[in-house]
Design a protein around this ligand. Structure first.
Ligand code: MOS
Length: 715
């Protein structure tokens, strides 16, 4: 089946099997974390700090406590202590994850300081409005970085490959600053949890999480109970792109609240909490110096970055990684630092680090292309890395050059001119741009249980979650191919920490990881059947008949599977992408219309054509948001986000999205797993913002280096 559905170099189309859970999702049958109804369910609502730095001196909860239906009002004054929340012995600046209701210290505006639990949501919401805190206010700092010297928390080491700052000696060179603002996670499903204690030390939670077992382990640690006593269920996740990779304060709050009122407690964040308390893509200042010879050979790259973090915890990512790895450049210097501010801690967000870095690097390369007068695709081919420039290792697979060609052909790159403002159509300026990306192709360890039942249907079980890409669909396609079964005879059960071990869904690793385990488990199960019937078996066993002949109720295997150390040591494993855009810019209003997008992924073999296409398009749309719209703005007088809602924080909607095409090189990587499939989540976004910015320059001659590219920056 997989063979049938997949041909090399997949064109953009919606062919292929539809999502196995599509009907459940569109009919409301799919149950998300907030939709469970355990008996006695109570409702928690958080109240947040209205200052950005200082201490809480008093919290008046008298009126809230007397409000109808209120079961408890929790603050740091009366909260049950979370046993795993120990203050570090030596107080350091970075104390680690914020300890909810633990002390009176305010680190950021909106930090949870109280939780009302009531018998209905409306009553909890009303009572929470009656909670009044008084503060000892201190001067806060929310102003983001604007220079490398502001990075006061070095993370990792400065890195020099070859000669330091060698770009300065090149005949053609430039040095520019690039800024990406804070972007926030805004999946359709808000972060939500229902916590239910069973006695003093058994806990069930329905949670929005990207990893049922990681969340289980973190909760068990916090509440000092055995992990085996905690069950985390996340059967469906309504979109997650990094924000559900860790346990946040609201989850701990709901769990301790449920303990206090001895009832299950549900806590759903409000949209404005999504801006403060579940991380964000950090505002990052970058400076790139880049130099080349007249024939376009890169002489050196220096990439500096300062990201923002909170005052209580470090969050670091890899914005400078792309400069180390994307091109065969002999001299690369990178410096990366953090600036602590009175904000909530940032977190991973689709293409974390690399998406930020690729905006700077791929913009700088585009600027260079106009200096050396070489087509940007050609410039990239001149500097094509055939081996990993950091360590000299061969790639497990790399067909990025083919991706460049596919994308250029499809967008009509030959119509582009290596001169800004040269092409016009119907009163609009027309520009073409491109930008590429890379991200590590990871494969972790996972265990899958495969059960063939008497009726000839196959059940696959593992703890992984599906945060949206269609993991179940891809897993069913892998199993169908090996077992020789139709997809509707296969059930993939997931999203429960009590199922066999699987890592979090993050870092684009699930198809390679869990897919590898599904492949191995199914192969083993099929062999078990073939052994049963003897004579070397058959290629297409009739499973139900064999079970019935042998008088068996079923047959199962549990298989653990991971990447061999050999592959890991020998090869550099990466996934690649390139995005091409055509934009129209109105010369009078500065309005940018994305006219066409062609995104090409070199992510190994494509398993599920339809969901892979959706994934690639979805990520590229995220890149359009990054390029043109997303910008979480703080009013620095109060240290408070002012556009913390969907009216003011803009994300692309259907009307903003043009013809999108997703292409796949679709050549297997023979080292990562038996299917040859690499991840493609992060690369779907990485490089896209630069592709838009470069097209805008090509159209207008205006280089915007601080995102988002709003009309005021173009007129
Ligand atoms: Mo991944 S950062 O969870 O898109």
């Amino acid at each position: 089946m997989m063979e049938e559905a997949i041909k090399t170099a997949i064109p953009s189309s919606a062919d292929g099997m539809s999502r196995i859970d599509g009907r459940a999702k569109v009919t409301g049958k799919a149950k998300y974390a907030a939709e469970y109804r355990p008996d006695g369910l109570a409702y928690g609502v958080l109240a947040g700090s209205t200052i950005a730095k200082g201490t809480v001196t008093a919290i008046d909860i008298a009126r809230a406590e007397k409000a109808p239906g209120v079961l408890a009002v929790v603050t740091h004054f009366n909260s049950p202590k979370v046993p795993g929340h120990q203050k570090p012995k030596k107080p350091t600046k970075k104390a680690g994850p914020i300890l909810v209701f633990n002390d009176n210290v305010i680190h950021y505006n909106g930090q949870p300081i109280a939780m009302v639990i009531a018998d209905t949501y409306e009553r909890a919401l009303y009572a929470a409005s009656l909670v009044k805190a008084t503060y000892n206010k201190q001067a806060h700092d929310t102003k983001p970085p604007s220079d490398i010297s502001m990075g006061i928390a070095p993370w990792g080491k400065d890195s020099v490959r070859g000669e330091a700052d060698a770009w300065k000696n090149a005949p053609f060179k430039l040095e520019q600053e690039y800024v990406i603002p804070t972007e926030v996670h805004n999946p359709m499903e808000l972060h939500a949890i229902i916590a239910k204690w069973d006695g003093a030390d058994k806990l069930t939670v329905w949670d929005k999480t990207q990893g049922t077992q990681a969340t289980r382990d973190d909760i068990a640690k916090a509440f000092n109970i055995p992990a085996a006593n905690v069950q985390v269920i996340a059967k469906f996740v309504g979109g997650a792109f990094g924000s559900a990779l860790q346990v946040w304060p609201h989850e701990i709050a709901a769990i301790l609240g449920a303990k206090l009122v001895r009832r299950p407690v549900k806590l759903v964040l409000h949209r404005q909490d999504m801006f403060t308390s579940v991380g964000h893509r950090p505002y990052t200042w970058q400076k790139v110096g880049i130099g080349a010879t007249a024939d376009g050979k890169l002489v050196g790259i220096t990439h500096e970055a300062v990201g923002q973090t909170s005052t209580y915890e470090d969050f670091a990512e890899g914005p400078i990684n792309v400069s180390k790895g994307l091109y065969a450049c002999p001299n690369v210097t990178t410096r990366y630092k953090l600036l602590s501010l009175n904000i909530g801690t940032p977190t991973w967000m689709r293409g974390p680090g690399e998406a930020t870095g690729a905006f700077a690097l791929e913009s700088a390369l585009d600027e260079l292309s106009y200096q050396v007068k070489i087509d940007p695709v050609q410039l990239r081919l001149i500097n094509y890395a055939k081996v990993d420039p950091e360590n000299g290792k061969p790639y497990s697979s790399k067909y990025l050059d083919e991706a460049y060609k596919m994308g250029a052909d499809q967008i009509g790159w030959e119509n582009r001119r290596q001169e800004a403002g040269a092409v016009k159509k119907d009163g609009w300026l027309v520009g073409y741009g491109m930008g590429g990306g890379m991200f590590g192709a990871y494969r972790d360890s996972a265990t899958v249980k495969a059960v063939m039942r008497a009726d000839g249907t196959l059940l696959l079980q593992t703890a992984v979650t599906d945060i949206g890409p269609g993991t179940g669909t891809a897993m069913v396609l892998i199993a169908a191919d090996i077992m020789g079964l139709p997809a509707d005879k296969i059930k993939f059960e997931m999203g429960d920490s009590s199922l066999p071990n699987a890592p979090m869904q993050g870092g684009s690793a699930t198809t390679a990881t869990v897919g590898g385990a599904v492949y191995d488990a199914c192969t083993e199960l099929k062999q078990k059947f073939q052994k049963l019937i003897g004579n070397g078996g058959t290629d297409n066993p009739d499973y139900a008949k064999i079970l019935s002949d042998k008088n068996l109720a079923g047959l199962d295997v549990t298989t653990q599977s991971s990447l061999g150390a050999d592959a890991q040591n020998k090869y550099s494993m990466q996934a690649w992408s390139v995005h091409f855009t055509r934009v129209l810019v109105h010369p009078a209003t500065g309005v940018v219309k994305i006219d066409k997008v062609v995104s090409v992924a070199d992510s190994g073999k494509v398993i599920s054509q339809k969901t892979a296409r959706s994934q690639l398009i979805g990520g590229a749309i995220g890149g359009i948001g990054m390029a043109l719209m997303e910008d979480a703005i703080i009013d620095h007088r109060y240290g408070r986000y002012v556009n913390n809602n969907f009216a003011d924080y803009h994300v692309p909607v259907n009307a903003d999205i043009p013809q999108m095409e997703a292409l796949f090189v679709n050549k297997p990587d023979s080292h990562i797993n038996a299917m040859g499939a690499k991840g493609m989540a992060e690369i779907s976004l990485i490089g896209m913002a630069a592709a838009v910015a470069n097209a805008v320059f090509n159209a207008t001659g205006k280089r915007v280096r601080d995102l988002p590219i709003t009309p005021d920056k173009l007129i």
